[in-house]
Write a protein that binds this ligand. Structure first.
Ligand code: AP5
Length: 221
C-alpha cells in the first residue's frame, strides 16, 4: 500500500505517519526530517536550505524532487510507503506521478488531516522535542514526567524548532493555503482523497485512518 498524508503544519502528519508505518510495515518518508538531518550534518544541502526552512517558506521544488527521486528509486521494491510532508506543491505531485509510473507503482490513497487554524497555532507554539531521539512534547498538554528530561531516552537536550516561532508559523500556514491546498482538488478529482477529523485525540485520529486503510487493504488476521 502506498499513501500520502496531507495537512497543514501541526495537523499531526508526523505523529500519525510513524504509527501507521509501524503497524503496516511501511517505509516512512518525511521530507522535513530529511532536510533537518541534512542541516544537522552540515552538508551542502543543509546549508542551502537552513534559512528557507527557518523562515517557514518551502524549499525549491527542484531540490525536493531530486531528494525524492533518489529515495523512490532506492526503496526496497515491493514494500509500501507513506509520504509525510511530500508532495507540497502541484509540481511536486506531478513529479511524484512520473516517478511512480517509472517504477511501476501507484498511490492507493491520500489522507487529509483537517485541523482548525487556532488548534494548529496552539500545537506548534507549545511544541518542543528531544534533540537526541525526536520524542515530541507540548508545554501545556504533554510535559515530560521529569521537567527538562526526555521520558524516552533520558536526554536533557530538549529543543524548540526554529520554524515554530510565531512569525514562521504564520508564514507556514499561509504557504500551506497558497501552495499546498491546491493538491486537495488535484487528488480529489482522481477519487483517492479521504478526509479525517484531525481535531480528535491522537488515538481517535489513528482509528479513523485505520478504518480508511482497512477499506483499501485489510490487515491480515
Ligand atoms: P515539516 O517537517 O514537514 O513540517 P510541517 O509540515 O510544517 O509539519 P510539522 O512537522 O510541524 O507538523 P505535523 O503535521 O507533522 O504534526 P506533528 O505530528 O509534528 O516541514 C518543515 C519545513 O521543511 C517546511 O516548512 C519546508 O521549509 C521544508 N519542507 C519539508 N518538506 C518540503 C517539501 N515537500 N517541499 C518544500 N519544502 C519542504 O504534530 C504537531 C504537534 O501536535 C506535536 O506536538 C504533536 O504531539 C501534536 N499533535 C499531533 N496530533 C495531535 C492531536 N490529534 N491532538 C493534539 N495534539 C496533537
Amino acid at each position: 500500500m502506498n499513501l500520502v498524508l496531507l495537512g497543514p503544519p501541526g495537523s499531526g502528519k508526523g505523529t500519525q505517519a510513524k504509527r501507521v508505518a509501524q503497524r503496516r510495515d511501511l517505509q516512512h518518508l518525511a521530507t522535513g526530517d530529511m532536510l533537518r538531518a541534512a542541516i544537522e550534518s552540515g552538508s551542502a544541502l543543509g546549508r542551502s536550505v537552513r534559512a528557507i526552512m527557518d523562515s517557514g517558506a518551502l524549499v525549491p521544488d527542484d531540490t525536493i524532487i531530486a531528494l525524492i527521486r533518489g529515495w523512490i528509486r532506492r526503496r526496497a521494491s515491493g514494500s509500501g510507503f507513506i509520504l509525510d510532508g511530500f508532495p507540497r506543491t502541484v509540481a511536486q505531485a506531478q513529479a511524484l506521478d512520473h516517478l511512480l509510473t517509472e517504477t511501476g507503482a501507484e498511490l492507493d490513497v491520500v489522507i487529509e488531516l483537517e485541523v482548525d487554524e487556532t488548534a494548529l497555532i496552539d500545537r506548534l507554539s507549545g511544541r518542543f522535542s528531544c534533540a537526541n531521539c525526536g520524542a515530541s512534547y507540548h508545554q501545556r498538554t504533554h510535559q515530560p514526567q521529569v521537567e527538562g528530561v526526555c521520558d524516552i531516552c533520558g536526554s536533557n537536550d530538549l529543543v524548540c524548532r526554529p520554524d515554530d516561532r510565531p512569525e514562521a508559523v504564520r508564514t507556514r500556514l499561509e504557504v500551506y493555503r497558497r501552495q499546498t491546498a491546491p493538491l486537495l482538488p488535484y487528488y480529489g478529482t482522481r477519487h483517492i482523497l479521504q478526509k479525517v477529523n484531525g481535531m480528535a485525540g491522537i488515538d481517535a485520529v489513528t482509528s479513523q485512518i485505520e478504518t480508511i486503510l482497512n477499506a483499501v487493504m485489510p490487515l491480515p488476521g
